[in-house]
Design a protein around this ligand. Sequence first.
Ligand code: DP6
Length: 343
Amino acid sequence: MIHKKTISVEAPANIAFVKYWGKQGRQMPINPSVSMTLKECVTRCQIEYEDFKEGPILESYQFEGAENEAFRNRIEKYLNDIIDIYPLLENLKLSIKTENTFPHSAGIASSASAFAAIGYALAQIEKSENIDKRASELARLGSGSASRSVTGPYMMWGDFEEEASTDGYAIAIEDIHLDFHNLKDAVLLIDQNEKKISSSAGHAMMDTHPFRENRIKQANQHTKKILKAMREGDWELFGNILETEALTLHAMMMTSSPSYLLLAPNTLAAIEKIRDYRKKTSISAYFTIDAGPNIHLIYLQKDEESVESFIKQNLTDLCHDGRIIFDQCGAGARVTASGSSDE
Ligand code: DP6
């Protein structure tokens, strides 16, 4: 008789305010990063597991009900790589299924939500003492930014002054100002084509980047300032750092060797319109961009109505098929079901 157990979890994507760009050691960042955990854009993950002493750890993998070789290979490599950190895997056989509530091609970092979900499920299977910390550590080993998707709403990852976050795992930021409690994120899907250069390749180019040391210094200064802004409710300071971070990330790409460019003409057109809107109204919405052409427009809950009407009227045409995802900050990963069966 085979005794099988199942755990189902879900974990959201996140959007970085201060960007993680460049790695060192075993999947550790060269600079601290700060992010917002999303709510609606989540990966659902089911892991069926049983005791087993021989054969591959990953018995089967399905993405949205079908085989997916690229994802399967990445997950299999991940599981084999973490055995020294998660020795339970020596005696486990896993069947994993994942699906996203957002389209895979949407340019939202699906590796962050996927590895946060897998890391969270593994921490649950292990019955870790500190589930969130352990899940963040396990998620980080799969994808750095995934470490920031385990809890929410605002997270930081990486050693930084007297903050409790470390290079090993992310933590929730405490004492956030009331104004920042329910931030909104409209994801403008400018272009849905596959990225020309993966984030992993981009991180690697930071090893020898001519601006590396200045970038590390700047990210530390931005972390200090953005934490201050988020704790004191300084929306303008927050917004300035947010936009500088996004543009610096892309400036790093443009000045990498080889140089590359992920922004699209409509990304620039949207930035112009957003800045113009800020000049003409008293309402502030600020953009950020990850490693792709899509824009995340961040705004306060009190401005929701006006900003969303501005977006619908002025930015829809710049998006691929007019697609926009309206999301907001969220609480992180959770268990949705668990059970066991004998076969
Ligand atoms: C631009 O976490 O996707 O989104 O660790 O190689 O999986 P890997 O990279 P990944 O890098 C994300 C970079 C970023 C900025 C950020 O999320 O901080």
